[in-house]
Design a protein around this ligand. Structure first.
Ligand code: GCO
Length: 471
C-alpha cells in the first residue's frame, strides 16, 4: 500500500441517527419517544431549548439527503430507525405503515443511487411507553427489542446487508442510567446502569439468534453492535497506570464486546464489582450474572463490531473516594481526564488526539482476535462554518492513523464512517455544536444543505481511497 492509500475494497460512508435528523416528531402516526419527552420538558435540559421536532427535516428531505450522499461519493449510508415511528406503542401489536414506507422509500432511493444502507436498529430514541415500564432496567425490553428487530428484518432485510443492533451501549446505560445526562436521565450509578447493560446485551444476543433462525438463510446479512468510549491512555508508563488503563478499557468496551465474543463480562469487571459490592454490604454483586446457558448463547453473536472513535483520555488509579460510591469510575477504581493543552473542538469532551485512534484499534484487534471491525463514527465539532479546515485536518489525521492500524498492526477494519452527513441535533447540546460535512440552514423552511470544505475533501477520499490528491 502506498503511504496514503486505503485498500480498494475499503468502504467509506457517512452517518446520521433518526432523532438527530428526521424531525416530523408527531407526523403520520409516529409514537412518542424518550427524546420527544426529554426535549419538551420545561425547563428544557437542552441548550437553547432545542428539540428534534423538525431537526434537518429528513423525513421530508430524504431525497436531498441521498443527493448529497451521492455528491460525497459515499459507498454506504449509516442511519437509524425510529422505533416509535415503526411501532408507535413500542409493541409489535400495530405496525405503522407510513413509518415503514418512509424507510422503504429511503432505502429504495439509496439503492437507486448505488449507496449501501447500514442500518442501526436503536440509536437512543426508545418509545416512551417502554420507558414507562422501566426501559432498559426491565427485562421486558429483551423481547420487545427482538419483536422490533423482527419487524425491521422482515420489512427491510431484503435490501439491507449491514445491521447494527445498538449504538453506543455505554452511552445508553452509563450516560442515560447513571450520569443522568442523556435521556432517560436516570441517576442509578452502579445499579441501574448494570441492569441496563445486562438487558441490552441479552436483547442484542437474542436479536442476533433470531436473525440466524428466521432470516439469515434468505437475507444473508451481517449483524453487529457499535461500541465506544475514549482511548484510555495510561497517564504514565508505570505499571499502576497501565493497569488502570486496561481496567477502564474493560469496563467500557469490555462490558459490551467481551460478552458477544467470549460470552461473559471481563474478569476484572466481575471481580471489582463483586469485591466492592461485598464491602458495601450487598449479598450479591451489583453486576448481574449470566447463567451458563446464557454464556453459551451469547458467545459469537456478532458478524462484525462497529466502533465509534472520537477522542482520548489519560487514566490513573483513583485515590481516595468513599466505599459507598458506585458506578464505572468507582467500581473500576480509576479516574480519567484530558489535559487542558490538548487541541480542542467545540465539544468539551472532544479533544483532537489522532494517535489514540490507532492505539484503540490495536487494543480492540488484540482483545477480540478474528473480529472484523468497521468504524461506525468519527468526527469533529465546530461552529458550523463552511471553511472548516479544522474538521478536514481532523479527518485527515485520524484516517491516517486508522490506515496505519490496518497496514502496520494488521487490524481488520473494512470501513470508515464520518459523523456526520450534515449538522444536526447534537443531543443535550442542541444545535450549538456542529458535526456536519454539510451545513444545514436551520432557519430555512426546507433546511437547505450546503457542502463545507471538508465535504469536498472527503468526496475525493471516497473516490480515490486516498488521503492526498493522488497517491
Ligand atoms: C452516537 C453519538 C452521535 C453524536 C456524535 C457526536 O452516539 O453515536 O452520540 O449521535 O452526535 O457522537 O457527539
Amino acid at each position: 500500500l502506498n503511504n496514503r492509500r486505503f485498500p480498494q475494497d475499503f468502504m467509506f460512508g457517512v452517518a446520521t441517527a433518526s432523532y438527530q435528523v428526521e424531525g416530523a416528531w408527531n407526523e403520520d402516526g409516529k409514537g412518542v419517544n424518550i427524546w420527544d419527552v426529554a426535549t419538551h420538558q420545561v425547563p428544557s435540559p437542552v441548550v437553547n431549548n432545542a428539540t428534534g421536532d423538525v431537526a434537518c427535516d429528513s423525513y421530508h428531505q430524504y431525497k436531498r439527503d441521498v443527493a448529497i450522499l451521492k455528491e460525497i461519493g459515499a459507498d454506504f449510508y449509516r442511519f437509524s430507525l425510529s422505533w416509535s415511528r415503526i411501532l408507535p406503542s413500542g409493541f409489535d401489536d400495530k405496525v405503522n405503515k407510513a413509518g415503514v414506507k418512509y424507510y422503504k422509500n429511503l432505502i429504495k432511493e439509496l439503492r437507486a443511487n448505488n449507496i449501501t444502507p447500514l442500518v442501526t436498529l436503536f440509536h437512543w430514541d426508545l418509545p416512551q411507553s417502554l420507558q414507562d415500564l422501566g426501559g432498559f432496567q426491565n427485562d421486558i425490553i429483551i423481547d420487545r427489542f427482538v419483536d422490533f428487530a423482527r419487524v425491521c428484518f422482515r420489512e427491510f432485510g431484503e435490501d439491507v446487508q449491514y445491521w447494527m443492533t445498538f449504538n453506543e451501549p455505554i452511552s445508553i446505560c452509563h450516560v442515560g442510567y447513571a450520569l443522568a445526562t442523556l435521556a432517560p436521565q436516570i441517576n442509578s450509578p452502579g445499579m441501574g446502569e448494570y441492569l441496563c447493560a445486562h438487558n441490552l446485551m441479552r436483547a442484542h444476543a437474542k436479536a442476533y439468534r433470531m436473525y440466524d433462525e428466521e432470516f439469515r438463510s434468505a437475507q444473508n446479512g451481517l449483524v453487529g453492535i457499535d461500541v465506544n468510549g475514549a482511548w484510555y491512555e495510561p497517564s504514565t508508563n508505570s505499571s499502576e497506570d497501565i493497569e488502570a488503563s486496561e481496567t477502564l478499557m474493560q469496563f467500557t468496551y469490555g462490558c459490551y464486546a467481551h460478552p458477544i465474543v467470549h460470552g461473559d463480562y471481563p474478569e476484572v469487571m466481575k471481580k471489582n464489582v463483586a469485591r466492592r459490592s461485598a464491602l458495601q454490604g450487598y449479598t450479591r454483586s451489583r453486576l448481574p450474572e449470566f447463567t451458563p446457558e446464557e454464556i453459551k448463547y451469547m458467545t459469537g453473536t456478532y458478524d462484525y463490531i462497529g466502533v465509534n472513535i472520537y477522542t482520548t483520555e489519560l487514566v490513573t488509579p483513583a485515590k481516595g473516594g468513599s466505599i459507598s460510591e458506585m458506578g464505572i469510575g468507582p467500581d473500576a477504581q480509576v479516574t480519567s481526564w484530558q489535559p487542558e493543552e490538548w487541541e480542542k473542538s467545540s465539544s468539551s469532551w472532544l479533544k483532537v488526539v489522532p494517535w489514540g485512534a490507532r492505539k484503540l484499534l490495536q487494543w480492540l484487534g488484540s482483545n477480540y482476535k478474528g473480529a472484523r471491525f468497521i468504524i461506525t463514527e468519527n468526527g469533529y465539532s465546530d461552529d458550523g462554518r463552511l471553511e472548516d479546515d479544522a474538521r478536514l485536518s481532523y479527518y485527515e489525521r485520524y484516517l491516517s492513523k486508522i490506515r496505519d492500524a490496518i497496514e502496520f498492526d494488521g487490524v481488520d477494519v473494512f470501513g470508515y464512517t464520518a459523523w456526520s452527513l450534515m449538522d444536526n441535533f447534537e443531543w443535550m447540546r442542541g444545535y450549538s455544536e456542529k458535526f456536519g460535512l454539510y451545513q444545514v440552514d436551520f432557519n430555512s423552511p426546507n433546511r437547505t444543505r450546503t457542502p463545507k470544505k471538508s465535504a469536498k475533501w472527503y468526496a475525493n477520499v471516497t473516490r480515490t481511497k486516498c488521503l492526498v490528491e493522488t497517491c
